[in-house]
Design a protein around this ligand. Structure first.
Ligand SMILES: NC(=O)c1ccc[n+]([C@@H]2O[C@H](COP(=O)([O-])OP(=O)(O)OC[C@H]3O[C@@H](n4cnc5c(N)ncnc54)[C@H](O)[C@@H]3O)[C@@H](O)[C@H]2O)c1
Length: 276
């Protein structure tokens, strides 16, 4: 364990999910006390158990990030338990199977799906920021990290609601950075790329789709929740003190190259001009 975040208090929304739980454990291993915020208290409590098994300190809070009264009460509970709030990691998002199935192209859009994506993925981070910023201002320091996605940066044939919500999160990040930088509050987003579902996960990706995604992934290892948690840790730490209002791209190079990379590469290889 390192103690770079000793004495700091972090809030992680969706803290029992894949990236959320990995982030909680990483922040705890580096000295932070963490509030694990979840829709269901049971899943948050099981993460608190894991934290306690490694000698850390965490509390479980049931809250729906889309609901202002719930978020306001969550922020008060964290303050009461730990006395300060240094880091907010807005990680929760509406990602269930039903959301994925009903979130299609614009002409087919189900309005309830659109509204839910906006409520959880955009209103949620805004509300959590709204209710921790006064505490951060009084501390003269704070750090708000927002989970975005490659889908918020590049056009896709599906998931229009999710994509628009994740683009909004990148701008929310810049607004917070612009409005509260003077008070010592930083805000950065992470443009997260594709994580293959871990073994045993309920999530699946059709083989044909994962092969296409893999073909555009530049490094020889897949992204994992732990690798994204390392980015969260960096942004939560003083090692990133020069960054605010930025979006860190953590996608294994998926968005770094031209969309025609594979076709051009195959062509130049076919005429014997490329040894890559
Ligand atoms: N996994 C990926 O490939 C990927 C790629 C790009 C971006 N992201 C982003 O990373 C973040 C985490 O993704 P993940 O794959 O770990 O998701 P996940 O589904 O494993 O976890 C999300 C968690 O959020 C919680 N949650 C959902 N709605 C909530 C609400 N209203 N209030 C409180 N909690 C709520 C869920 O209970 C769940 O535990 C999300 O913001 C997601 O959009 C993930």
């Amino acid at each position: 364990m390192s103690n770079g975040l000793q004495g700091r208090v972090a809030v992680v929304t969706g803290g029992a999910g894949g990236i959320g739980k990995a982030s909680v454990l990483s922040l705890v291993k580096h000295g932070a006390k963490v509030a694990v915020v979840e829709l269901e208290i049971k899943s948050a409590l099981s993460v608190v158990d894991e934290v306690e098994r490694i000698g850390g300190e965490a509390i479980a809070i049931k809250a729906d990030v889309a609901d202002e009264a719930s978020v306001e009460s969550m922020a008060k509970t964290v303050l009461k338990a730990f006395g300060r709030i240094d880091v907010l990691y807005n990680n929760a998002a509406a990602l269930g199977f039903e959301m994925q199935q009903s979130d299609g192209a614009v002409a087919d859009m189900d309005v309830n799906t659109w509204d839910k994506a906006m409520a959880v993925n955009v209103r949620g981070p805004m509300l959590c920021a709204k209710h921790v910023i006064p505490t951060m201002i009084s501390q003269k320091s704070g750090n708000i990290i927002n989970a975005s996605s490659g889908m918020g940066a590049q056009g896709e044939v599906t998931r229009s609601a999710y994509a628009a919500s994740k683009a909004a999160v990148m701008m929310l990040t810049k607004s917070i950075a612009t409005q509260y930088g003077h008070a010592g509050i930083r805000s950065n987003a992470i443009q997260i790329g594709y994580l293959p579902p871990p073994p045993g996960s309920k999530k699946t990706t059709p083989k044909q789709v994962s092969e296409i995604l893999d073909a555009h992934h530049l490094i020889p290892y897949a992204l994992t929740a732990e690798k994204i948690a390392d980015v969260v840790l960096f942004l939560a730490s003083d090692q990133s003190s020069a960054l605010t209002g930025s979006t860190v791209i953590a996608d294994g190079g998926f968005s770094a190259h031209t969309p025609s990379m594979n076709e051009i590469n195959a062509f130049v290889r076919s005429i014997g001009q490329n040894s890559i």
